[in-house]
Ligand binder design. Structure first.
Ligand SMILES: O=c1[nH]cnc2cc3nc(NCCN4CCOCC4)[nH]c3cc12
Ligand SMILES: [Zn+2]
Length: 373
């Protein structure tokens, strides 16, 4: 186990890279997908089973945990790893994005964001300094800067104003984080869909200096074409020897396209959230198990998948338990979806290492074009 935080790239294929992020809590194979453990749990999954799907790292949400059960409480109980029984790396977001997307009553100033809890209405004041303190109390291994992610569409003036604020907050986050060997602080690039603002943001972040760099401000409704348009240049604006993390992404084809463009780390609620709604994410694309066409189907969801859902149950059973609202329905499809995502990441890592990414991507799209039979 490494005592410090480091990133080693073992192979490149075009702009894509594969490697290892080493942390004192364990290694993270990249390209990596981080399951989202919002309220100290990856919903419907035991942590040992999340590990079984192949996850090296989880994401925790500062906003949710600060409201309930509280950062000081988790700290006093031994920290988030002990609290949720996950002893490998945890990345926590800074809370800013959730405040803006989950609360109505809020006030944004230079200082930070004042808001009322969506749970009990109590008032909070989240600043770069408080966000760093919360993530330290949680024991997060990779801490995210406190930033502002502007809602799109927004005019250039608004995007620039928001990016400049986020850069000032990045400096305050860096100053408040302090010197914590073994723990990492990632900066977050902003700038909307504007290449010049993103360049300016990347330069500002590099001047401050971070252990990794996230690409923020995307997956906020701009659509895949616009997102890929930004990814055609944004990863290259960031240091090539540090991890690049695309926040909130995404669907399997989003991830494949972003890996091709040089992104190393991902997080998204999609595989776990859709697992609870009866949507399976497979090699063939999305399959809605609530659809009546599965009612009498004795076949597995995917005969090539080795997850418990595909190994031991029929489509008919998955259809039944989702229609009946049985808890096992969420368990099985969440497990399958996370297993599929990790299998996709492993396939990408292997393809990059073998210099065969183009062939892998062609096969990925060809299989999806067949659709679900
Ligand atoms: O700039 C950002 N800064 C800090 N956190 C973020 C989180 C983010 N999450 C998304 N998109 C999430 C999209 N999800 C897709 C699945 O359904 C729920 C929403 N975009 C994001 C941007 C940022
Ligand atoms: Zn499966």
């Amino acid at each position: 186990m490494s005592k410090s935080f480091s990133f080693h790239i073992s192979a490149n294929d075009g702009r894509a890279r594969t490697g290892i992020v080493s942390t004192p809590k364990g290694d993270i194979r990249t390209p990596a997908f981080m399951p989202v453990g919002t309220a100290a749990t990856v919903k419907a999954m035991m942590p040992e089973n999340v590990r079984e799907t192949g996850a090296d790292i989880l994401l925790g949400n500062t906003y949710h945990l600060m409201l309930r059960p509280g950062a000081e409480r988790i700290h006093n109980l031994g920290g988030l790893h002990k609290f949720m029984n996950w002893d490998r790396p945890i990345l926590t977001d800074s809370g800013g994005f959730q405040v803006m997307s989950l609360t109505d009553l809020r006030k944004l100033t230079e200082e930070g964001v004042k808001f009322r809890s969506h749970i009990d209405g109590s008032e909070y004041n989240l600043t770069p300094e408080r966000s760093m303190e919360i993530q330290r109390l949680l024991g997060s291994d990779i801490v995210m800067c406190f930033d502002e992610c502007p809602a799109l569409p927004a005019d250039r003036a608004r995007i620039n104003e928001s990016m400049q604020l986020s850069m000032r907050w990045a400096q305050r986050s860096r100053d408040a984080f302090g010197d914590r060997p073994g723990y990492a602080l990632f900066g977050i690039q902003q700038g909307g869909l504007e290449q010049d603002f993103r360049e300016e943001s990347a330069e500002a972040l590099q001047k401050i200096g971070f252990d990794g760099y996230a690409i923020g401000g995307l997956a906020v409704g701009e659509g895949q074409d616009a997102m890929f348009g930004v990814l055609d240049y944004a990863p290259n604006q960031l240091p090539q020897d540090k991890p690049r993390y695309l926040m909130g992404v995404g669907k399997p084809d989003d991830i494949v396209g972003a890996v091709q463009r040089g992104v190393d780390m991902f997080d998204c609620v999609l595989p776990s959230r859709s697992g609870r709604t009866g949507q399976a994410l497979t090699r063939f694309g999305a399959v809605n198990l609530r659809n009546a066409r599965h009612k009498d189907d004795p076949r597995p969801l995917d005969e090539n998948c080795t997850c418990p859902a595909c190994s031991n149950y029929s489509r008919a059973y998955l259809h039944h338990v989702h229609k009946a609202g049985e808890i096992i329905g969420s368990m099985l499809l969440t497990w399958h979806n996370l297993h599929y995502y990790q299998e996709l990441m492993q396939g990408l890592r292997d393809a990059i290492a073998a210099g065969e990414l183009d062939a892998f991507v062609a096969q990925f799209h060809a299989t999806r074009a067949q659709g679900d039979i």
